[in-house]
Design a protein around this ligand. Structure first.
Ligand SMILES: C[S@@+](CC[C@H](N)C(=O)[O-])C[C@H]1O[C@@H](n2cnc3c(N)ncnc32)[C@H](O)[C@@H]1O
Length: 285
């Protein structure tokens, strides 16, 4: 467990994941009934971008300038991207940043909390003790937030089906090991069996090491509608070409919103003309 999300906070992958997360949360809120947001790999909740550039033992090239940094001062963003940037701005201001650059970046738990209504709640799972301690400090005294310092793959069993009968589950592992794909598949399979009507979003990298296509075709989705949203920023990169988010039971018209987000981010964040965004249905509605 060497992965630290702080180094990656606010990068292109976070921009895609978090812009889509904002859409999913807003869709859940089209109905008055409350829902639970389950974050199986929550991270520390929020990130200080200035400190994120300081590695454990040496300075690191910060990644946020290639992500949120390129969207920050942009006029004319598509509404779905503008909504995400506004959520980030809101958190940055709340933490007291007075500079024109972004400084405090909200992770998925903070993004969700900033949108949650009185009838909604969230369950956060984080296994790494240091990250979990920071997460606890971030949400100290806040209501409707439960924190579990444990293996996030256990969340589907512990949290589903929820009493509200409505759930959005984010599965966002570090993909440090090749076996992670199998764990995700297993957790998703169990989640769908326990609570077939839930919405599940799974982040995954596009890299040589990991067969994203195989993973998506191999998911035991049955009749559950599923689409993937992919953003390729650097097709020639030997490390990570881009990333994707698979969404099981996507809300109404999410495919259109996601398409606008991915297309715009490819133009704004892509390195080279072959950068692209795409949306593909694996099991149609
Ligand atoms: C990609 S980061 C999460 C980022 C966060 N979801 C966000 O969007 O802001 C992955 C996190 O998973 C944690 N982690 C790794 N293995 C885990 C496991 N089995 N269960 C729960 N958390 C785990 C890591 O410590 C890391 O904080």
């Amino acid at each position: 467990m060497n992965y630290r999300h702080a180094f990656h906070a606010g990068n292109f992958a976070d921009a895609l994941k978090h812009a889509l997360l904002v859409r999913l949360l807003r869709s859940m809120q089209r109905k008055e009934t409350g829902f639970v947001f389950v974050d199986t790999h929550a991270g520390r909740g929020a990130y200080d971008l200035e400190r994120a550039a300081l590695g454990d033992s040496r300075a690191r090239e910060p990644e946020w300038p290639g992500g949120i940094g390129r969207l920050w001062g942009e006029a004319g963003l598509p509404p779905e991207v503008a909504d995400y940037v506004e959520v980030v701005r809101g958190y940055d201001r709340y933490r007291g940043n007075l500079t024109p650059e972004p400084r405090f970046y909200p992770g998925s738990p903070r993004i969700a909390k900033s949108l949650l209504r009185a009838q909604d709640r969230m369950e956060l799972w984080e296994k790494h003790p240091d990250e979990a301690a920071a997460l606890r400090a971030e949400f100290e005294g806040e209501k409707r937030v439960s924190l579990h310092v444990a293996d996030g793959y256990g969340a589907v069993r512990a949290c589903l089906p929820p009493p509200e009968r409505r759930a959005l589950v984010l599965i966002d592992p570090p993909f440090e090991s090749a076996g992670e794909w199998e764990e995700v598949s297993r957790a998703l399979d169990e989640g769908i069996k326990r609570f077939p009507s839930g919405t599940y979003a799974i982040w995954y990298p596009l890299s040589g090491r990991v067969p994203a296509g195989e993973f998506l075709t191999g998911l035991g989705l049955g009749k559950s509608p599923c689409l993937s949203v992919e953003l390729t920023v650097d097709p020639d990169s030997p490390r990570i070409r881009g990333c994707g988010v698979a969404v099981v039971n996507p809300p109404w018209r999410f495919d259109e919103e996601a398409g606008r987000i991915a297309d715009y981010l490819a133009i704004a964040l892509g390195r080279g003309q072959v950068a692209q965004g795409s949306v593909r249905w694996w099991v149609a509605k």
